[in-house]
Design a binder for this molecule. Structure first.
Ligand code: NAP
Length: 479
């Protein structure tokens, strides 16, 4: 019999209406556990519990908050292997990638434990004699956190840790596909000394509990990461209710390769950021923009590197690329390979479903050449191991092509030219720019986020997180 896992509401573990099996995408016969589905009434109870806990928590000492976050971070780091394996089992990242993500989550809690003590205000002189002015930050209130399936422990961590650090209460709705890491994190938080109701976990479908969370009058702000379609609707709902909102959404991230690039380095960083983590990263490179002089050598070298990639069970040693996370995502990935070819692209590697011993959602990474900017394959986010190549004449065309997208999350350039690297950093219309590095793979202590259709609202992570999770007060005193 599989274990059952419940919601955390007001400090109690509470069963929902039904349980959904959490299936391993590497092996569909492997059920990780049965996870409860919260009802809309339970979502309301979670918000009420958070509201009730807010007055005491928001005025609690910063030492207590720092100690709790530090304890959570320490436990995650101590259990990083176990949590990394759980992550690999439910989401399909390879075991080393899973352990890396769990480590990142632990480090984020440690970082925000320190941030509890570093939240400073300002005292500024008034333009009127005899008056002093203080500018301080206060907690926003009760925050609804909604997360996607592709980083099931790191994204929850980078929302929950700053929310708690700055004195907010939380109602957390993880992606329905990956409740396992969310539940494990909630269980750790429940033993950290944080009072009942400060942190609540509600599991279930976005349409059933995500929507009421966004529209609940007891929620002061929504921090969302996910697709542009869902994010756009949430922004409209929050605007209608005058609610603070922060959205991190999709990408169609360009990686420019110039003639003067170090070929081996360029190939490695492209293969890593396009295909590792099964291409299921918002920062993955999906458009490789290559200049004429290096084009033929580059395509041949990428094909050769791809031929050596091992696709297989995420928990097996030596695997480079785990399964796609779900059947619907696999179907979407394969359909974009077809769409690209129908538009005139040439499939030069991969692009098919493959078998790997166990029944799972395995796909050989796909590389499409002869693509042009207007093709759907270059405009829409696939969110799988699918990369397309656009051939350009030189740097200026490469820069224009890289910015020719409705998205603006991350971008990269491979070059040995200081002139082009500097120009690209300045003129790339992306929130994060990489020089001779993969577009995916960022630090946890600096701002994360994009421009254009990729992001909306203030940045996440690092000390910039305080922009969303606090509100500013200006106080005047006559002395
Ligand atoms: P998604 O379908 O938009 O879902 C994201 C979250 O929203 C899930 O928890 C989902 O619940 C919930 N949701 C769905 N409908 C909702 C509604 N009507 N109201 C409130 N919540 C609702 O995205 P996904 O497929 O999980 O994740 C992939 C996307 O996330 C990609 O576009 C990727 O680029 C993006 N992403 C962006 C970043 C970033 O930082 N920029 C990072 C990672 C991923 P259910 O699971 O129940 O549907």
């Amino acid at each position: 019999m599989t274990q059952k896992y419940d919601n955390l509401i007001g400090g109690e573990w509470v069963a929902g209406g039904a349980y959904t099996p959490n299936i391993n995408p590497s092996n569909l016969a492997d059920v990780i556990g049965d996870y409860t589905q919260a009802s809309a009434a339970q979502l309301d109870q979670a918000v009420q519990a958070a509201r009730a806990a807010f007055p005491a928590w928001s005025t609690s000492g910063i030492q207590a908050r720092a100690d709790a976050l530090d304890k959570i971070g320490s436990e995650i780091l101590a259990r990083r292997e176990e949590l990394g394996i759980l992550l690999a089992r439910e989401e399909g990242k390879t075991k080393p990638e899973g352990i890396g993500e769990a480590t990142r989550a632990g480090n984020i809690f440690k970082f925000f434990a320190g941030e509890c003590l570093r939240l400073a205000g300002e005292i500024v002189p008034s333009v009127r004699p005899g008056i002093s002015v203080e500018v301080t930050r206060e907690p926003l209130g009760v925050i609804g956190l909604i997360t996607p399936w592709n980083f099931p422990i790191a994204i929850p961590a980078w929302k929950i840790a700053p929310a708690l650090a700055y004195g907010n209460c939380v109602v957390f709705k993880p992606a329905d596909l990956v409740p396992g890491c969310a539940w494990a994190l909630a269980e750790i938080i429940s033993r950290s000394g944080i009072p009942a109701g400060v942190f609540n976990l509600v599991m279930g479908r976005g349409s059933v509990i995500g929507d009421p969370l966004v529209n609940h009058p007891g929620v002061d702000g929504i921090s969302f990461t996910g697709s542009q379609g869902v994010g756009g609707r949430i922004a409209q709902q929050c605007a209608a209710n005058l609610k603070k909102v922060q959205l991190e959404m999709g990408g169609k991230n360009p990686q420019v390769i110039l003639d003067d690039a170090d070929l081996a380095q360029a190939v490695e960083l492209c293969v890593q950021s396009a295909f590792f983590s099964t291409g299921q990263r918002c920062t993955a490179s999906s458009r490789l923009i290559v200049t004429d002089g290096i084009y033929t050598k580059f395509v041949e070298a990428v094909k050769a590197r791809m031929a050596g990639l091992k696709v297989g069970d995420a928990l097996q040693a030596g695997i480079d690329i785990g399964p796609v996370s779900s059947l619907s995502q696999l179907e979407q990935d394969l359909s974009y390979v077809d769409i690209g070819q129908a538009e005139g692209a040439v499939l030069v590697a991969g692009g098919q479903r493959v078998t790997c011993g166990t029944e799972g959602f395995y796909m050989a990474p796909a590389l499409l050449t002869d693509t042009t900017a207007g093709m759907r394959i270059n405009r829409e986010e696939v969110f799988g191991p699918v990369a397309s190549i656009i051939r350009v004449k030189g740097y200026e065309e490469a820069l224009a092509e890289s910015n020719n997208t409705p998205f603006g999350l991350s971008s990269g350039i491979a070059t040995t030219s200081l002139k082009y690297a500097t120009h690209f950093k300045r003129h790339s219309q992306a929130g994060m720019v990489m020089v001779n590095l993969p577009t995916a793979g960022v630090d946890y202590h600096v701002p994360f986020g994009g421009r254009k259709g990729s992001s909306y609202g203030s940045r996440e992570q690092g000390r910039y997180a305080q922009e969303f999770f606090t509100i500013v007060k200006t106080a005047y005193t006559l002395s």
